[in-house]
Design a binder for this molecule. Structure first.
Ligand code: ADP
Length: 561
C-alpha cells in the first residue's frame, strides 16, 4: 500500500472516530435537552394549570373572574394532554366545571372537581418521575458510549502516535545510513525494505544507483590498475632513477635504476618512511635534502657515474601531495666533457711550445744583430708579435680552463706580499696601457700587506683584470689599481673609467664563454670565469661594481696573513 494511502486511511479513520464521537455527544446532549423540554412542556405546565385551577376553584363562590381563570387554565390543560388517562380526567373535569358554571353557588361537585384535578396532577407528577428516570438512563448511556468511544479514540491515537513516526523514520534512517555508506565509497551497500510504498520505490532506486556506482568503480579501478602498471613499466624501463614519495614522505615507488643506485631492493624501500631508509643509506639522506637540483657523483654501473638530482613537487588542487625525485644519469655528458677537456688541454699544451718558439724568433728578429729591417717589415713584425701574444693568451686561458674543468686546479698557497703580486700584474700590462696612452694609478698602503695566496694564479687574475680594464677603457683615460687592508682580508681593486657593464650582464660576465653582446674587442669570454674559479679555489671572492657608461670596479678579496 502506498504511503500516501496509508496516511490518508489513518487520518480518515481518526476523522471518522472524531465525527462519531462528536455526533454521539451531540445526539445525547440533544436527547437530554429535548427530554427536559418535554418534561417542562408536557407535565410541569399541566401541574401549573392544575394548581391555578385549584386556587381559582376556592375563589369561585365569591369572585366572578375566578370562573374565567379556571376556564382559561382548563383550556390550556385540554391543549396539553400528554399522559395516558389524562384525557379522561380532563374531560371529567370539563364536565364537572360546566355543571358548576350553570350554578356557581352549588358546591356539591367541588370534591369531584378536586379529585379530577388531583388525578391530573398525579398523572403528570408520575410522568415527571418516570421521565426523570428515563433521562437518568439516557445520561448513563451517553456516559457509557462516550467513554467507550473516547477510550477507543485514545487507544487509536496512541497507536497512531507510536507507530506513525516509525513508519516514516524507519525507512528514512535506513536510507540515510545507505547514503552515508555510499559517500564513504562503499558501493556494495544495499537497502532492503519490504514495504511496497514510496519508500520501497526509493530503496529500489537507491539499490540500482549503488549497483551502477559499483560497476563504474570496478571498471574505473581496472582502468586505473592498467594505467598504473603501464606507468610502472615505463618508469622501470627508464635510464634515469625515479623515486616517488607521498606527502608524508613515505616511499611509493622506486624504479630499477634507483634500486641499483641506492643498493637496496624494492621490498626494503617501498612503503617505508624515507627518513628511516635514510638512517642506513647515505645516498637517500643526500637525496632527501631540500636543495632541489644538484649534481651527484655516485659509484654505479661499476664505475664512477654522475647524476643530476631533480626534485619535482606533485601538486593537485594547489596542494603538494607528493614528490618525485629524478636522478638523471649525466655520465655520458661527463665523459664527453672530459674528452673535450682532454682534447683542449692537449691542443693548447701542444700549441704553447711552437708559439713560444715564434715569440723567441720574433725577439731575435727584433735584435739589431740579426740584421736591419725596414719600416714595413717592422710593422709586419709588430703585427705578428701582437697576434702571437694574443695566441699565447688564448692558449693559456684554454689550458687554465681545462684545469678548472677537470677539477685539477693545483694551488700552492703561501704567505706572499700583495704589493709584489700587484706590481707583477701592472708590469705585465704596462706596454698595453702605453699603447692606449692610459695612465696606471697605483695606490698601496705603506704597511705590510701579506696575503695567503697562490702567487702565480692571483697574479694571473690581476693581470687579466688589468688587461680587461685597459681594453674596455677609452684612450688617455686612467686605470686605478689599489690594495686595501681590512680585518684579516686583503682587497685588490682594479677600477677603470671605461664603458662599464649594463646591469643585466653583471652576473653573467663570470660565466664561461660569455661576452657582452656588441663587445668588439677580441677575447674568449674565459678570463673572468677562470679568475672566479682561481680566487674561489683559494677561499677568496671576486666582486664587480659597475656604472654603465661610467666605469667598472673589480675587487679580489683574499685572506690576509
Ligand atoms: P674577454 O676575454 O671577452 O674579455 P672576460 O671573461 O675577461 O672575457 O670578460 C667577459 C666580458 O665581460 C667581456 O667580454 C666584456 O664584455 C666584459 N668585461 C670584462 N671586464 C670589463 C670591464 N673592465 N669593462 C667593461 N666590460 C668588461
Amino acid at each position: 500500500m502506498k504511503l500516501k494511502t496509508k496516511l490518508s486511511l489513518g487520518l480518515s479513520f481518526l476523522f471518522a472516530i472524531i465525527v462519531a464521537f462528536g455526533s454521539l455527544g451531540f445526539y445525547y446532549i440533544s436527547k437530554l435537552s429535548s427530554d427536559a423540554a418535554n418534561v417542562l412542556m408536557n407535565n410541569q405546565e399541566s401541574l401549573v394549570y392544575c394548581n391555578d385551577m385549584l386556587k381559582a376553584l376556592e375563589d369561585i363562590p365569591g369572585k366572578k373572574e375566578a370562573v374565567a381563570i379556571f376556564d382559561n387554565n382548563l383550556k390550556k390543560q385540554e391543549a396539553n394532554i400528554t399522559e395516558p388517562g389524562e384525557k379522561e380526567s380532563t374531560q371529567q373535569l370539563r364536565k364537572d366545571f360546566t355543571e358548576l358554571t350553570i350554578n356557581p353557588s352549588d358546591s356539591s361537585n367541588y370534591p369531584q372537581l378536586r379529585q379530577s384535578l388531583q388525578r391530573i396532577t398525579d398523572l403528570n407528577q408520575n410522568a415527571i418521575l418516570r421521565k426523570n428516570e428515563i433521562a437518568q438512563k439516557t445520561s448513563i448511556d451517553a456516559k457509557f458510549w462516550l467513554t467507550i468511544i473516547f477510550t477507543l479514540l485514545i487507544i487509536v491515537s496512541l497507536t497512531f502516535i507510536y507507530n506513525f513516526p516509525a513508519i516514516i523514520s524507519g525507512p528514512v534512517t535506513k536510507l540515510s545510513e545507505g547514503i552515508r555508506e555510499i559517500a564513504n565509497k562503499n558501493y556494495k551497500q544495499r537497502i532492503y525494505l519490504e514495504q511496497k510504498d514510496e519508500f520501497g520505490d526509493l530503496a529500489n532506486a537507491f539499490n540500482s544507483m549503488a549497483e551502477k556506482l559499483d560497476e563504474y568503480e570496478h571498471s574505473n579501478l581496472a582502468k586505473i590498475k592498467f594505467e598504473k602498471s603501464r606507468i610502472e613499466t615505463i618508469i622501470n624501463q627508464m635510464k634515469d632513477g625515479i623515486i616517488g614519495l607521498d606527502e608524508k614522505k613515505h616511499i611509493l615507488f622506486v624504479n630499477a635504476v634507483s634500486q641499483k643506485i641506492l643498493g637496496l631492493k624494492e621490498s626494503e624501500i617501498v612503503g617505508k618512511y624515507a627518513a628511516d631508509v635514510a638512517l642506513h643509506n647515505d645516498l637517500m639522506r643526500t637525496l632527501l635534502q631540500e636543495d632541489s637540483n644538484k649534481e651527484l657523483k655516485i659509484y654505479a654501473d661499476e664505475k664512477e657515474s654522475f647524476f643530476n638530482k631533480e626534485s619535482i613537487n606533485v601538486i593537485a588542487n594547489n596542494e603538494i601531495i607528493g614528490k618525485v625525485i629524478v636522478l638523471r644519469n649525466i655520465t655520458p655528458y661527463h665523459e664527453l666533457n672530459e674528452a673535450k677537456t682532454n682534447f683542449l688541454a692537449t691542443v693548447s699544451h701542444e700549441l704553447k711550445t711552437p708559439i713560444a718558439s715564434i715569440k723567441l724568433s720574433l725577439q731575435l728578429l727584433d735584435n739589431k744583430k740579426t740584421g736591419e729591417v725596414n719600416i714595413d717589415q717592422q710593422q709586419l713584425l709588430d703585427s705578428i708579435k701582437d697576434d702571437t701574444n694574443r695566441l699565447l693568451k688564448i692558449t693559456g686561458e684554454l689550458l687554465n680552463i681545462t684545469q678548472v674543468d677537470s677539477g685539477k686546479i693545483q694551488l700552492s698557497i703561501v704567505a706572499s706580499d700583495a704589493k709584489e703580486i700587484l706590481n707583477y700584474a701592472i708590469n705585465a700590462n704596462r706596454s698595453l696601457a702605453e699603447q692606449k696612452s692610459l695612465q696606471l694609478k697605483i695606490d698601496v698602503p705603506e704597511q705590510q700587506t701579506k696575503v695567503l695566496a697562490d702567487n702565480e694564479k692571483t697574479a694571473w687574475v690581476l693581470t687579466n683584470l688589468l688587461s680587461n680594464a685597459i681594453r674596455y677603457s677609452h684612450e688617455n683615460a686612467s686605470i686605478f689599481a689599489s690594495i686595501h687592508l681590512t680585518d684579516k682580508k686583503i682587497h685588490f681593486i682594479v677600477r677603470d673609467t671605461g664603458q662599464g657593464i649594463a646591469p643585466q650582464y653583471k652576473d653573467k660576465i663570470f660565466d664561461r664563454y660569455f661576452r657582452i653582446p656588441g663587445s668588439h674587442k677580441e677575447g674568449t669570454g674565459l678570463g673572468l670565469a677562470i679568475s672566479k674559479e682561481f680566487i674561489e679555489a683559494q677561499g677568496g671572492q671576486i666582486l664587480v661594481e659597475s656604472d654603465y657608461g661610467v666605469g667598472s670596479t673589480f675587487e679580489v678579496v683574499l685572506n690576509a696573513v
